[in-house]
Design a protein around this ligand. Structure first.
Ligand code: DGJ
Length: 714
């Protein structure tokens, strides 16, 4: 069966997205493209027959509102538009004409393009849809074109959403999203949706810690493993805006695109603007099912090297901060190799005059005096220990106290007559300028080559202020979008130039985690908060859309340097083993026993990481519960791993049993508990593990945790 079916006489187009369906109707006579269905499977005959009578008309209402694939501002429409244009004469009313649609199918999927234009003004736009074989996620984006010839006035895109997603009418709606701040990212919140417009946005020029560009919607009754859930995620790393409109009449639409409120784009004659991809997914398997769909999609179509196992890394930041020397890095590298780390990352402090955050950004040569022979001796030492060598970089930033700024002060984002405020003593380089991007690419490739760098941690430590483009963009605020696109081009070219290089996305922790960033990196640093307990909530929110194989997590010192909380080493490991395990503590202060224990945990992680990183993930409860767990099931079903935590003492409250998911009911499984709480030799059927589960009591006391390994009998 084709992935996209059409019925020309009725203008019906049906997209089969995995087990779900999306249908729309293209009405050339009326000049409209309207949503028919986004939900469970349909046949083309069902879609052709589908129609929704417009509500009885009156002079205060538009039947189009909340039903169009990309509503414009113009004609009889009152809902917030997805596309709002100002022509040179100051008017903005768009009158769409549908020119037609085309479908193309290839080996991986199929694409639909619907072409529209304004009746009389020089504006054309195309709605793009892509479905991938066996994936419920549908990708959508829009191309907008100034169709006028030379000499015509530019037009302004006031709103330029990538897509409008219309849900079926439900009696109630609930919206789910994550919010947070530095050191407290990805806090999950689900709240009833009020009538009106609810907007999540970043006005910072990067994805941000305060929110993340995805939203889930359900009818209020979905649970972790049941119920219908619609999710929309935007693939952008610059400013963004997602608005959910719940109309007074009861309809619900999601409008999402790059640029925050007021970031308008000027389009010159002949120019085309392509929005980022907005990906949408419907599923009937609750929030857990939705997450597994996003994880599978990210693995199959977003990540550049999805099949690789991520190495266990050691990072020096919390151990040495800016005080990096050859000796202290060598000592840490020796200890890291001893516990089984596979990648050693020298964090901030190795370059320029970087002895604090006040100087050096922009001067990407090894610190004179500290590394008189450059980084080569350290890189060789790390490689000699059998580890890969990684370096921290922050290419988009400059300290005013740097050679680069003294030579190129005009390269920073600024407004000529305004104070350029520094944050963390740094300014942002304008990556929308080709010469800035060329400069960055040149030194990045040179550095990677000079020291055989295997891995870069690419950081970004401040939000934009006084942002105007310095590179001649006519609409200076466009830099809130264009800077991130410039950065993406550098990342793409860097990867193409050095295909073996692996990259970690970081922005003061999790300030730049999104599908656009993950398309050109291998993992993400999720938070500067490395407290193993705080991390559980952060990781719970992160996992809603992003998979464990990109979720970097370190075991650090106790008490934690940020929170001062003391947590046992085992708990710290179990918390970090839920993603891509790393170690970030000052190993020179760990006792011989602690190092031995760490080595044992690293070995245990390596034995199960294929299942953690590439398996299907099931959340068993949430961090607010007395105890909760995350379960991973290997893709071949042979192994399942459960990581379970309890923060406080139970005080005698019974703990709900761990009922496992995703196992073969008829198979027999052997359960191993690394805390020794379950007796040795527990054997159960998959059916019993799902129906009755396992006793969930953990060792007594606070901060109890364990890993269960569940292996199918052969
Ligand atoms: C912020 C990152 O999130 C930290 O891990 C560390 O790399 C510092 N920047 C270094 O300045």
């Amino acid at each position: 069966m084709p992935l996209i079916e059409t019925d020309r006489p009725s203008g019906t187009v049906l997209l089969h997205a995995g087990p779900t369906a999306y249908a729309l109707r293209v009405d050339t006579g009326a000049g409209t493209v309207r949503t028919l269905h986004w939900g469970g499977p349909l046949t083309l005959a069902d879609a052709v027959a589908a129609f929704e009578p417009d509500a009885e008309g009156n002079s205060f209402h538009s039947p189009l509102d909340g039903t169009e694939e990309l509503a414009v501002d113009g004609q009889v429409r009152f809902a917030p538009p997805a596309l709002d244009v100002r022509y040179a004469d100051g008017t903005g009313s768009v009158e769409p004409v549908v020119d037609g649609y085309a479908v193309q199918e290839d080996a991986e999927g199929a694409e639909l393009t619907v072409s529209l234009r304004d009746t009389g003004r020089p504006l054309g736009w195309r709605l793009h849809y892509r479905v991938h074989r066996d994936r419920a996620v549908i990708e959508r984006w829009t191309e907008l074109r100034h169709t006028g010839g030379h000499g015509e006035q530019p037009l302004t895109l006031v709103r330029h959403a990538a897509a409008q997603w219309n849900l079926p009418v439900l009696p109630e709606y609930r919206a789910g999203s994550v919010h947070g701040r530095w050191i407290s990212e990805f806090q999950l919140r689900r709240t009833p949706l009020s009538v009106g417009e609810t907007t999540w946005s970043s006005r910072r020029g990067h994805t941000g810690h305060q929110g993340n560009p995805w939203v889930t919607l359900d009818g209020g009754g979905a649970t972790e493993e049941s119920g219908e859930v619609w999710t929309v995620a935007l693939a952008t790393s610059g400013s963004w805006r997602t608005t959910v409109v719940r109309s007074a009449e009861g309809r619900c639409s999601v409008l999402t695109g790059s640029g925050h409120e007021g970031v308008e784009l000027a389009l010159a004659p002949g120019e085309t603007w392509t929005t980022p991809v907005s990906a949408g997914q419907y599923g009937a398997g609750g929030f857990g099912g939705a997450s597994r769909g996003w994880h599978a999609y990210t693995r199959a179509t977003v990540l550049p090297a999805a099949d690789e196992l991520r190495p266990v890394l050691y990072n020096s930041w919390e151990a040495t901060a800016f005080g990096v020397t050859f000796d202290n890095q060598r000592d840490l590298a020796d200890l890291a190799a001893g516990i089984g780390a596979e990648l050693f990352v020298v964090d901030d402090g190795w370059f320029g005059a970087r002895d604090s955050d006040r100087a050096g950004l922009g001067d990407w040569t090894a610190r004179p005096g500290v590394f008189p022979d450059g980084l080569r001796p350290l890189a060789d030492h790390v490689h000699g220990l059998g580890m890969r060598f990684g370096l921290w970089v922050e290419p988009e930033m400059v300290n005013p106290d740097s050679e680069l700024f003294r030579a190129r002060p005009e390269w920073v984002l600024h407004l000529p007559d305004r104070t350029a405020h520094t944050l963390r003593n740094q300014l942002v380089l304008d990556f929308s300028r080709p010469e800035v991007a060329e400069w960055a690419l040149e030194w990045l490739v040179r550095t990677v080559d000079a020291f055989d760098v295997d891995f870069l941690k690419w950081d970004f430590n401040r939000s934009f202020t006084e942002a105007g483009s310095t590179g001649g963009l006519t609409d200076a605020r466009r830099v809130f979008v264009e800077h991130a696109l410039g950065t993406q081009r550098v990342l793409d070219r860097l990867r193409a130039a050095r295909p073996a290089l692996r990259i970690e996305a970081c922005s003061g922790g999790g300030g730049r985690v999104d599908l656009a960033s993950l398309a050109r990196t291998d993992q993400a640093w999720v938070s500067d908060n490395t407290d193993a307990v705080d991390r559980l909530a952060i990781q719970h929110g992160f996992s809603q859309v992003y998979p464990a194989q990109v979720m970097g997590a370190w075991v650090t010192d106790s008490p934690n340097p940020f929170t001062r909380r003391s947590v046992p080493l085992g708990f710290r490991f179990h918390s970090a083993m839920a993603g891509v395990l790393g170690v970030g503590g000052d190993l020179t202060r760990w006792s011989a026993d602690e190092l031995d224990e760490a080595a044992a945990f690293v070995a245990r992680y390596k034995a199960v990481r294929e299942t953690v990183q590439h398996g299907d993930q099931y959340r068993l409860g949430s961090p607010g519960d007395v105890s909760h767990a995350v379960q991973y099931v290997a893709r071949d079903g042979a192994e399942s791993v459960v990581l379970q935590w309890r923060v406080g003492p139970t005080g005698g409250v019974p703990v709900p049993r761990l009922r496992l998911r995703g196992l073969d009911p008829g198979a027999v499984y052997h359960v191993d508990d690394d805390s020794g709480t379950l007796p040795a030799g527990v054997v159960r059927t998959g059916a019993a593990l799902a129906a009755h589960g396992l006793a969930a009591e953990l060792p007594a006391g606070e901060y109890a945790s364990r890993m269960l390994t569940v292996r199918r009998e052969v």
